[in-house]
Design a protein around this ligand. Sequence first.
Ligand SMILES: C[S@@+](CC[C@H](N)C(=O)[O-])C[C@H]1O[C@@H](n2cnc3c(N)ncnc32)[C@H](O)[C@@H]1O
Length: 280
Amino acid sequence: MGTTRVRRNRDADWDAWPVTDYLAENYRRLHPCDIGVIHHHAAVYRRCAPGGLARTLELGAGPNLYPLMLAGAASRRIDALEPSAANLRYLRRQLDRGPDDSWEPFYALCRSLDPGLPESSAEALRPVRVVPGTVDDLVPGTYDLASMNFVAESVTEDFGEFTLFCDAFVRAVRPGGRLLAAFMERMPSYRIGAGPVWPACPVDEPALRAVFAPRTTGLRISRVAKDLTLPEYGDTGILLLTAERPLTEEPPAGPVAAPTTTTAPGGSRVTTAVAPPRRT
Ligand SMILES: C[S@@+](CC[C@H](N)C(=O)[O-])C[C@H]1O[C@@H](n2cnc3c(N)ncnc32)[C@H](O)[C@@H]1O
């Protein structure tokens, strides 16, 4: 009997990320789920004074411009950290030549929800710096706010690696710094177009709470319903998260609990584990 090997982040060829197909499937038009994510994220940035955040992070930015646009009023410098050569090329072109017209409905919605945003999307993107690199390049305590959209759960099948990814995301902000994230809910490994299978780790709300509650304060998780206008990725919706990195950190409470694996509706495995926060 054969065994299925768990695919880790380094097992996928991120340089070959299918930008055109990914954009066509997800971001060439404003989908209902984007409206939900933008409303959620805009509420966070709206509470920040214009230019009130010295430096923010978009971790695994990919070719998605709307999280960068949303940060444009509050943040004086936005680091779009991204390892994939294909995504870096796309991001640089968008910043150099101005965003594709297809991003305008996204920007119109962002601006309607945050009057602090400038008239043009190109102007909102001016604070963005494209930074080649991975989660492993993050220096703890660097940012006032870190944002991550559809990344930690969409880049590995290994729940332990997912946990370490989220841990580095939390530690990237200074103590008291803000965290903002979106996760595909219960999404198994997935295809974009007819391309290869990309590794993913199905997570649900209890799994996110198990990872983030010991590492953060003010944890809030909400949900956007499954979007039937997207291709079938096997997800059950989107989970949205806000939290802060604690001002002071407690030492780990005890030994790591063994992960438990349950079967989600649709048959995908959802793993829940409790791991203590790593100290910086
Ligand atoms: C599903 S895409 C999400 C892209 C984008 N954030 C969005 O909202 O559509 C996952 C992204 O994570 C990036 N990624 C993969 N491994 C990474 C790593 N080790 N560190 C940071 N980003 C990574 C990929 O290149 C890709 O851009």
